[in-house]
Design a protein around this ligand. Sequence first.
Ligand SMILES: CC(C)(COP(=O)(O)OP(=O)(O)OC[C@H]1O[C@@H](n2cnc3c(N)ncnc32)[C@H](O)[C@@H]1OP(=O)(O)O)[C@@H](O)C(=O)NCCC(=O)NCCS
Length: 180
Amino acid sequence: MKNGVYLRKVELKDTEILFKWFNDKENVKYMSTIMRCNPHSKESIENEINNSDDNYERLFMVCVNSDEKTIGYAGIDDIDFNDKRAEIFFLIGEIEEKRKGYGKKIVKLLLDYAFNELCLNSLFATATIENKPAISVLEKAGFSRIGIRRQYNYINRKYLDEIFFDITHEDYEISKRNNI
Ligand SMILES: CC(C)(COP(=O)(O)OP(=O)(O)OC[C@H]1O[C@@H](n2cnc3c(N)ncnc32)[C@H](O)[C@@H]1OP(=O)(O)O)[C@@H](O)C(=O)NCCC(=O)NCCS
């Protein structure tokens, strides 16, 4: 599959590139408070990889099939196997790989993994109101808006609303059948 994308588990060898992406302010501008506001050292990234707990999260590198280049980082976290729910996040680290439609493919891969491999029932995601690419990618992948938390993030000296999204296993099956 030329120019398709796939996910593989994050490994220690990925520390260098993650260090570069996580410290790029533009990349993480609309991500979680931890991603935006905490310093990211190589040591902290290595610790995160080493201490990653399968009972709680799955961390992936996003690769392009054609040349196995890593273009991003994505994951499923806050996993609760009792209630079968979790949250997703995604980042395309390389600027030249943005706006090529990979975002939607990454989210679809996360949905396939969460619903088919982990057998979860409900996924949650959030996007800051100004994060147009993330909003578009989530909606195109079948997520629904379920609410807004007002003035949730303080970014560039402005309080910005956060949009909450979810998708159930049932929604996922329907959107797959309709080939969305
Ligand atoms: C969110 C992200 C993964 C989207 O990936 P992408 O592959 O670049 O997105 P796409 O090329 O599929 O574009 C999605 C849509 O956003 C639009 N878009 C992309 N970049 C844009 C920009 N800078 N400004 C306005 N619109 C933009 C595209 O035109 C497209 O619109 P459409 O749905 O109407 O066709 C990427 O922008 C990213 O890594 N952002 C930083 C991390 C982040 O914020 N993650 C989300 C929170 S966890």
